[in-house]
Design a protein around this ligand. Structure first.
Ligand SMILES: O=P(O)(O)OC[C@H]1O[C@H](O[C@H]2O[C@H](CO)[C@@H](O)[C@H](O)[C@H]2O)[C@H](O)[C@@H](O)[C@@H]1O
Length: 269
């Protein structure tokens, strides 16, 4: 059999086999990053939208018994809700694991007085950086701030990110920095997608989980997976994930296959 024959519309054979096995678990939790996984990357974060084929597969999955779908994003919950178009029943985790909507009402971030002070100083620092690099764009979050450099000249983007790192480091205490795709982010709370996955596993009593992500911060989620779980890196780059897909179209295909395998398993087919 040729290499091509092992691939089903961009989903490699070993991943198809892992999905078939995953679909037979008692309590399945499917956790998905948003930008670069459900939605193709675009210049302006507010313009990002989920691939409709992925949304259809998610809608199919959430209707199945013993099956939970969650989005685990670096975006604020508000932003994730606004752009993802996720169907009712999908759990939402935002701000890299600092904000939760697990179907019991939104759990907002309750910042301490010290964190509020740090956030104000952080906003002041990033506003000054953005004024020195007018092509950069600021995205505010409940516990932090992101400075986007997508579309900028590479040298100008690097200079912007260095300036941000230096300015924040010199003027604000108690801040965590994260690098992403054409973005540098700062937060006054420490939260990771790994912690989010652990909480999700407990909340959903998952017997197996799938996580798909495309960015550096998703490595925390991959590291929190256990034997029997399925990890999928989307796109290029070093990863601890065991499987890889090319892009959002292949993610949609993977979700379609998983929904079909899961339905067949539940029907006893
Ligand atoms: O964890 P994610 O859901 O992948 O969120 C990570 C960051 O995604 C967004 O930024 C990225 O997507 C933008 C829209 O495609 C793109 O313009 C930007 O260059 C990417 O870095 C989002 O704006 C951030 O807040 C998220 O942390």
């Amino acid at each position: 059999m040729t290499q091509q024959a092992h691939v089903f519309d961009g989903v490699p054979g070993p991943l198809l086999e892992a999905l078939r096995s995953l679909a037979r678990t008692a309590q399945l939790t499917v956790a998905l990053d948003f930008d670069g996984v459900l939605a193709p990357l675009v210049d302006r974060p507010n313009d990002a939208r989920s691939d409709p084929r992925s949304l259809q597969a998610i809608s199919d999955l959430v209707l199945l018994s013993g099956t939970t779908v969650a989005l685990v994003s670096g975006r604020s919950l508000e932003s994730l809700r606004a752009v993802s178009g996720s169907p009712d029943g999908v759990l939402l985790i935002g701000s890299h694991g600092a904000e939760y909507d697990l179907g019991e009402g939104r759990a907002g971030i309750a910042l301490t007085a010290e964190e509020k002070r740090a956030l104000t100083e952080l906003e002041r620092a990033i506003t000054s950086v953005a004024s020195r690099h007018p092509e950069s764009r600021v995205e505010s979050k409940p516990a932090g701030i992101a400075l986007h450099t997508r579309g900028m000249d590479p040298d100008a983007a690097s200079a912007t990110q260095r300036d941000a790192s230096h300015t924040v480091g010199a003027s604000v205490l108690g801040v965590t920095q994260r690098a992403g795709k054409d973005v540098v982010e700062f937060s006054v709370v420490t939260a990771t997608k790994g912690e989010a996955m652990q909480r999700l596993r407990l909340h959903t009593t998952a017997t197996a989980m799938l996580y798909a992500g495309d960015d550096v911060t998703d490595e925390d989620a991959f590291a929190a997976l256990e034997p029997g779980d399925v990890s999928v890196k989307v796109g290029a780059g070093a990863t601890a994930a065991l499987h890889r897909l090319h892009g959002t179209a292949e993610v949609a295909q993977m979700l379609r296959v998983l929904a079909s395998d899961r339905r067949n398993h539940l029907l006893g087919a």
